[in-house]
Unconditional design. Sequence first.
Length: 396
Amino acid sequence: MKYNFDELVERRGTDSVKVDGVKFFFGRDDLMPLWVADMDFRTPPFVLEAVEQRNRKGVLGYTFAPREWKKSVVSWLNLRFGWEVEKPWIQNVPGVVPGMALALLCYTKPGDAVLIQPPVYHPFFEIVEHNGRLLRQNPLVFDGENYVVDFEDFEKKVKGCKVFLLCNPHNPGGRVWSKTELAKMAEICARNHVLVFSDEIHADMYHKPYLHTPFASVSSLAAENSVTFMSATKSFNMPALALAYTVIPNEKVRGQLLSFLDGLHLSFGNSYAFEALMAAYTEVGRDWLEQMLSYVYATMDFMQHYFETEIPLIRMVRPQTSFLVWLDCRALGFSQSDLRSLFEEDAHLALNDGTMFGKEGCGFMRMNVAAPRVRIEEALLRLKGAVDKRFPKGVR
């Protein structure tokens, strides 16, 4: 490999939420942080160089968004997904979650119903409820391997909603939705006049043979009735730069959001972030991304074998995308508080509690494996020791 993903990068003392935030969020600082969804790999050198080049210009004055940044997005989406978009469809927003929250304020009123599919990325709950919208839920069904949509329930719950928040691909389960599933959701939402927000921040990181499908690309109904949220920050480990973008083919829907954002003076964006995006959305960026995914995929191969042979009471749900692993711990028979205790008190690991993604996450934990393999190996050794202590051999 051209890039060294085994390098141990020291993140302590950098105001890292993932590392320096452990004490605040977990009440102790002796836990290995495998929770917040950024990478422990060094941010790609071409991204850091783009930021440094911008810095060397010497003046941090007011700036326009570079003319070429939308061209980079158009090219990348075509290359990565075969999705042909036009530059006017694209608008920068200050992050996927902030962008979705702003869009909710734009397209809905207090008291309007919004549909989500738990277990799902926890800010979906927050941006709905904290902004005075009514939360409706269409729980996903775990079939033992992956999550699937209960379409009968979906048809019922979506009626009367203004917006449906789709996590595409799914977080925390790592599911890459099929074109058939997406098209069916699109048809139901269009028929019921429900606008779809598609969070596609993990889109770039699909594991072959899976291929991410942008929601708006599956049909004309999907294209005309959706707002897609995407970003380079997750894929290239630069969330501190806080840049995402929307893709909205429908001119009327797009005009509403652009007018709303103009009223809040949010159209300029961050000059460093634009430069970083343009550096990432290149052939060099694609090469780094594929090498990173190959490394993570090999880590998951190792993990899957380790769980099957050494910790069979915990089942790894193999993700089809990204670097987040959903652990099915239900065979342990623990309450959720006891499960957290196993990971934190016994194994000294900081993972995401499955219930933060909704009550459907009870019995699960989410583990971030975008780290040098030696750290993942150490984490699994700690977890094996903790489980063996609770379940001595011959007692299982």
